[in-house]
Ligand binder design. Structure first.
Ligand code: ZN
Length: 351
């Protein structure tokens, strides 16, 4: 089969769409005929060699990709939930199933938590063998691009807003980087909850898309200081929740944008993980700083049910054949466009 892979960490030119031995499903695994995959910013970090907690130690060559969907081709002998012909999508979180956090019912806190595509081989390939527990059914009528693009960012944004920040109807929320995968999912979910949604992006065109996703107020952060703008728009009060996946470049302004008692929730730090922090703002304004990663199986089911029903829609900015994976990574690194980049096995690509 063909797979997107790299033999060493580095720039986009380490990526190759080349031959790789066909995977064989283990007893608890499902062999998937992959129809589409989607990229996340973690694909860029994985290629460079960094995971959430530092330098990665991967089995090389590494197959990329944490999002993908396709048709079940075969199942291992212990798999009962799926059979050949089923339509499935990957939900990339991997937990051990027996540590104290897994036993307590929150596998996202697993002491040995991994993300498929980041810590182990991913799904950007013609065939992939994945644990049955990481797959969700995809109804007929949901296109492959949607099925591939939704799981990682929608579960992440859902858990951030509903579980970790406990967003309530009528509260105000600021979503930074609304044009990215998590950002545009967070805007849609916050709007669905009935919050007053503020969104930032780097161009007026992206902000139009953010409005279309449900943003009530938009701020071009290239043209304006977003913290000052939030102060203006809220008469100095600030917002109840800030969704920050940007990191060092926005962190202090995120804290400054919060109302008293507000919550900043972070799921990533693409611009750096060690910002300056005004601790006095945290204690005096009684702010909550909350982290979030991926989602539990229950959260995944809840949010994907809404995606499959059409309540939420991953926006697709480009669909490329997997052989153009270097271009796909470039699109993420250049922060061009709005929404998700999808890649399709060349044998499935019809332009
Ligand atoms: Zn565990």
């Amino acid at each position: 089969m063909k797979a997107v892979q790299f033999q060493e960490h580095g720039d986009t030119d380490v990526l190759e769409y080349g031959d790789f031995p066909d995977p064989e499903p283990d007893r608890d695994e499902v062999l998937i005929d992959v129809k589409a995959g989607a990229l996340n910013h973690l694909d860029v970090w994985t290629r460079i060699g960094f995971g959430a907690l530092g330098r990665l130690d991967l089995e090389l060559p590494h197959i990329t990709g944490s999002d993908g969907a396709g048709v079940v081709e075969a199942v291992g002998e212990d798999v009962e939930r799926f059979e050949p012909g089923d339509r499935v999508a990957l939900s990339a979180g991997l937990s051990c199933g027996h540590c104290e956090f897994c036993r307590d019912g929150d596998p996202t806190l697993c002491t040995d938590y991994k993300i498929i595509g980041e810590h182990v081989r991913g799904i950007h390939s013609e065939l992939a063998a994945m644990p049955a527990d990481t797959l969700v059914p995809v109804p007929e009528g949901v296109d492959w691009e949607t099925a591939a693009a939704a799981p990682l960012v929608f579960q992440t944004a859902w858990r951030m807003l509903l579980t970790r920040a406990d967003l309530q109807p009528g509260e105000s929320v600021l979503v930074l980087g609304a044009s990215g995968g998590v950002g545009h999912a967070a805007v849609q979910i916050a709007d669905y909850v009935g919050a007053d949604v503020y969104a930032t992006a780097s161009s007026d065109e992206k902000l139009e898309h953010a409005r279309d996703c449900g943003a009530d107020h938009v701020i071009n952060y290239e043209a304006e200081d977003f913290a000052a703008e939030i102060a203006d728009l809220t008469d100095g009060r600030g917002v109840d929740v800030v969704v920050d996946h940007i990191g060092a470049a926005t962190w202090q302004d995120s804290l400054s944008s919060l109302a008293k008692g507000g919550t900043v929730v972070t799921c990533g730090a693409t611009t750096g993980a060690n910002p300056e922090t005004a601790i006095n703002q945290i204690f005096w304004n009684q702010l909550e700083v909350v982290g979030s990663t991926m989602g539990t199986p229950g959260e995944v089911d809840d949010v994907l049910e809404l995606v499959w029903a059409g309540a939420f829609e991953p926006r697709i900015r480009d669909v490329l054949p997997m052989s153009e994976i270097e271009t796909a990574h470039g699109l993420l690194e250049d922060r061009e466009g709005f929404g998700k980049v999808v890649v399709v096995p060349d044998s499935e690509y019809d332009g």
